[in-house]
Design a protein around this ligand. Structure first.
Ligand code: FMN
Length: 252
């Protein structure tokens, strides 16, 4: 079974493609993460977890969802991490998670997709995004072939810098990059409430027809990139930047 988490659709796109190639089911973790509930899953096929890369690790909300959920049947787990560039040394944490869950870890593989972290970097424009997604097809097909043939994903080469990124830098990211204060909304807001609905961690409440942010943000970019009128900003960092949603992603 393919189980995914997504903020802006890249991982959903990869998960759907993988599920189609593997002729397997595809499940969204969104509802479980939003309600902080445990999933109860059963499958005789390997578990394929698909998610974005956040600071060179799988998102903490997705790891926590896997941790508290129950997975009956098959014991093999594969991790497919979509990323804007690279996943650093993410694998050892996935291996440790597998050992907590009594999974046999079959590896971690990156799939390079368009960058979506507009609170820090820039997302590609539409045509560049389509080019990147098309270039990702062989990576997705290759991942499916490994799973279908029961092989481990190939071991990724990592160095000291990768360890630094997935270790101390990831720890700093988790500690400091969860603030909701920089979010603001302009008068272009139409009060549609989509931002509130797409937030996986319930950080947004509509008050008098306007979104208000509170709590700990997971930085998934779903609200800011999903706003139909681009009314949301993250401080100055997001100003003038294209909003990114995977072109194949239908809005929730
Ligand atoms: C908070 C945050 C952190 C990110 N960190 C990384 C990273 O460490 N390495 C990387 O290559 N891409 C990074 N990205 C880019 C995303 O992993 C990438 O665009 C991903 O495909 C988005 O998936 P989604 O559309 O399913 O949410 C980051 C994005 C966000 C929002």
């Amino acid at each position: 079974m393919v189980i995914y988490f997504t903020g802006t659709g890249n991982s959903r796109y990869c998960a759907k493609e993988l599920a189609e190639l593997l002729e397997d089911e595809c499940t969204d973790s969104f509802g479980y993460i939003r309600s902080e509930s445990a999933g109860m899953f059963s499958s005789e096929r390997p578990w394929v977890f698909v998610c974005p890369t956040y600071a060179w690790q799988i998102p903490k909300v997705f790891a926590d969802f896997i941790r508290r959920s129950r997975f009956d049947g098959n014991h093999d787990a594969y991790f497919v991490m979509t990323c804007g560039g690279e996943i650093g040394n993410a694998h050892p944490s996935n291996l440790a998670l597998c050992s907590e869950k009594s999974f046999r870890c079959r590896g971690t593989i990156p799939v390079v997709m368009p960058e979506n972290y507009i609170a820090m970097f820039s997302a590609p424009d539409h045509s560049e995004a389509l080019r990147i997604i098309s270039a990702a097809q062989p990576q997705i097909r290759q991942a499916a072939e490994f799973v279908a043939s029961g092989q481990d994903f190939p071991v990724q080469r990592t160095g000291a810098l990768d360890k630094l990124k997935s270790g101390p830098i990831n720890a700093l990211f988790l500690r400091f990059n969860n603030r909701t204060k920089p979010f603001s909304v302009s008068d272009a807001c139409t009060s549609c409430g989509k931002c509130e609905r797409v937030c996986p961690v319930h950080c947004i409440d509509m008050r008098d027809g306007r979104p208000e942010w509170s709590g700990k943000c997971t930085q998934c970019m779903a609200c800011i990139c999903g706003c139909p009128v681009s009314a949301i900003e993250y401080g100055r960092a997001s100003r003038g930047k294209p909003r990114y949603q995977c072109p194949e992603y239908e809005s929730r």
